[in-house]
Design a binder for this molecule. Sequence first.
Ligand SMILES: [Zn+2]
Length: 188
Amino acid sequence: MAGDEENPMKDLEMFIKELAEKNDVDPQKAIHIFKIISDPGNTEGYSDDDIEALTGYKQAEIRRILRLLYDARIARYRKGIHPSYGVARYFWSVDSNSINYMLLKRKREVLEKLKQRLEYESSNEFYRCSRDGSRYTFNEAYHNDFRCTRCGSLLVLEDNSAIVKALREVVERLEREIEEDERKVYGS
Ligand SMILES: [Zn+2]
């Protein structure tokens, strides 16, 4: 969890993997195509034919993946004449502004979840079963007479200050990162 936001490329690959899985597309192929079109040497864009030649994937599959990446605002295209075929083709590349914006949006979502978790951890008291590790909030423990619902053992008050401290550190670091990213994305 804490390491993900440090590598934007990894985060983006995770996003593409999830996107592909949700749409019944092979995630490895989607990531492969993304890597091809995001290559820094790709200044003119790659056509479907170019990608087919590079990967051996079926045209229909390639188009489907490009369309997904386009809808997610990761890929963009320009229309032009293919230098080898002399016919009109779409040339695909990545939209780095839009990618930066999307990554920032995802970081904000992660931050929001972490803040909620921090709030939950710091505003509740937790009880733990020393036998099987089950965890209960004060209310849950109270309603079960401070006994574990699984094994009946007496529950003990848990010191979650280490969890709270770790969460607070991640939240603060992510907030600083987001501030930096915002300066890059919105350019001030
Ligand atoms: Zn138990």
